[in-house]
Structure formats: C-alpha cells, structure tokens
Ligand binder design. Structure first.
Ligand code: NAI
Length: 269
C-alpha cells in the first residue's frame, strides 16, 4: 500500500515543498498539501489553469496529482488563538479550518491518518534586519512559524554566522534542529516515529528571494563548495523521499546536509 504524505508549505512550483511532493509522488505516495491561507487562491487557480503542468511531470511521464489542498496558517493552533483582524481579513475569511489543530482534524476526518509529515515553511517578518535590531515580536514570530515537525527544512545559519539571515531566523533554525533531536527521542519512544531535518543549500524560492541575498549565496556556493554546481530542489526532494522511506529506518534525530558539501569547508577558496 502506498504511503500518504502531508507537506506543509507548498504555494508554488519553485520551492523545496513542491520538489519534496514530487519525489514522494514519484515513489508512490499519495500527496496532501497545506498551503498558507493568503497564498491559497492563487496556488489553486494556477494549478487548475495548468500553470504548473510542466513542473508536475514525474519521471514516468505522468503528472503529479495532489489529492487535496488544505488551507493552513501554522502560527495558530486553534481558532481561539486567531486575532479578530485576521479572522475578518479578506484573504482569510474566504477559507475556514486553517489553524493547525483544525487542519489536522480535517485530514483525520478525510483520510484517517498520514504516514509522512513534512514541514517546508518559514516566515521571519524581520528577516532583513540584523538580530541585534530585531524586535521581540519579530523574533517570536520567526520562531512560531519556523520550528517543529517530523521532516523539516533547516539552514546552516543555525550553527554558523550567515550575515543577512536575520530577524531571529537563525535562532528559529537552531530551535528547529534542537527540537529535531528531542522530538526524535520522545516520538521515537512513544510512537516509533522518526524525526529528521534537511539542512539545505541555497535555492531561489519565493521565500529566499524575499530575504534579498539569495543570488549572492548561490554564487558563493558555486565558488566555494566541493561540488561546483547549482543545487536543484529535486536533490532535496529526493533526500526527503529517502528519509521518509524504509531505506532510512535507522535514521532519526539527524540533520542531513544537502548543500553540495558547502558545510564542510572551513574557508572560502
Ligand atoms: P517557499 O516560499 O517555497 O516555501 C515557504 C512556504 O511557507 C511558502 O509556501 C509560504 O506560503 C509558507 N508559509 C509562510 N508562512 C506560513 C504560515 N504561517 N503558515 C503556513 N505556511 C506558511 O520557500 P523555500 O525556500 O522552499 O522554503 C521551504 C523551507 O526550506 C523553509 O523552511 C526554508 O527556511 C527552508 N530552506 C530554504 C533555503 C533556500 O535557500 N531557499 C535554504 C535552506 C532551508
């Protein structure tokens, strides 16, 4: 029987979430996605109009099917947590049941259970500000949106200094990696669930473009990484499919680099 995967953080065909969905689909998984509420409309419309058809093609020539798209805002656990101005915001009021708890309940109601949970989202409202100038609200917002889950995407800014990755996003990734270890223990003992993170190299996604230094990071990697090629989202997708598969049955609590080896360098060349 094929596995069922829920991937949170897919709103176009440029990011890691989309590539992970494709790799999992190619391996035979059924795909459910969680899409940020404000991005839901455009994503569904583009998908329906065939805008993503070219990037939906799987290795066997068929098109990836997304069984269901759920609206999601990962910073709210339940309806009571949502402020009035968000509830009444036009971009939110058109959808319902998009808090984490309601979304999980909807998935449970529709499908009973899932086998694979991927967290491929991040949001740091003050990402372009240095940490020194980040407000408490900006910092907490970055942590709130950007940590937690069973397979997640992290960035080396958690452990090394990456100037420009601000607003508490470096802190959020550090929390995410620590949580990966502790959750691996707790969920492993309690439910035999494996919890891992992929520390990915730079990709020109929508989120990364918003930070403002992505082209510099890609150039830096090309110049300095052991493997001198641009990283493709599929390489991260394939690692995610491996980690979610029985081939990785003894891997948990791990942060796996998929970055052309850049993390291993001590100095630039
Ligand atoms: P992306 O823009 O494709 O994905 C981010 C998604 O998060 C978007 O679909 C956005 O709508 C969604 N999102 C933002 N706030 C949300 C919220 N409150 N609730 C639900 N969804 C929300 O960009 P990308 O780069 O593929 O990001 C995926 C993951 O990869 C993130 O965790 C990011 O930090 C990580 N990553 C990205 C790198 C890069 O260079 N692009 C490098 C290393 C890690």
């Amino acid at each position: 029987k094929g596995k069922r995967a829920f991937i949170a953080g897919v709103a176009d065909d440029n990011g890691y979430g989309w590539a992970i969905a494709k790799s999992l689909a190619a391996a035979g998984a059924e795909i459910l996605v969680g899409t940020w509420v404000p991005a839901l409309n455009i994503f569904e419309t583009s998908l329906r109009r065939g805008k993503f058809d070219e990037s939906r093609v799987l290795p066997d020539g068929s098109l990836m099917e997304i069984t269901k798209i759920y609206p999601l805002d990962a910073i709210y656990d339940k309806l009571e947590d949502v402020p009035e101005d968000v509830k009444s915001n036009k971009r939110y009021s058109g959808s319902s049941k998009w808090t984490v708890q309601e979304c999980a309940e909807s998935v449970k109601q529709d499908f009973g259970s899932i086998d694979i949970l991927v967290h491929s989202l991040a949001n740091g409202p003050e990402v372009s500000k240095p940490l020194l100038e980040t407000s408490r609200n900006g910092y907490l917002a970055a942590l709130s949106a950007s940590s937690g889950s069973s397979l997640s995407l992290t960035y080396i800014a958690s452990e090394r200094i990456i100037p420009g990755y601000g607003g508490g996003m470096s802190s959020a990734k550090a929390a995410l990696e620590s949580d990966t270890r502790v959750l691996a223990f707790e969920a492993g003992r309690k439910h035999r669930i494996r919890v891992n993170a992929i520390s990915a190299g730079p990709l020109r996604s929508r989120a990364a473009k918003a930070i403002g230094f992505i082209d510099t990071m890609i150039e830096y990697s090309l110049a300095n990484a052991p493997l001198q090629k641009e990283l493709s989202a599929d390489e991260v997708g394939n690692t995610a499919a491996f980690l979610a598969s029985p081939l990785a049955s003894a891997i948990t609590g791990a942060v796996i680099y998929v970055d052309n080896g850049l993390n291993a360098m001590g100095v630039g060349v």
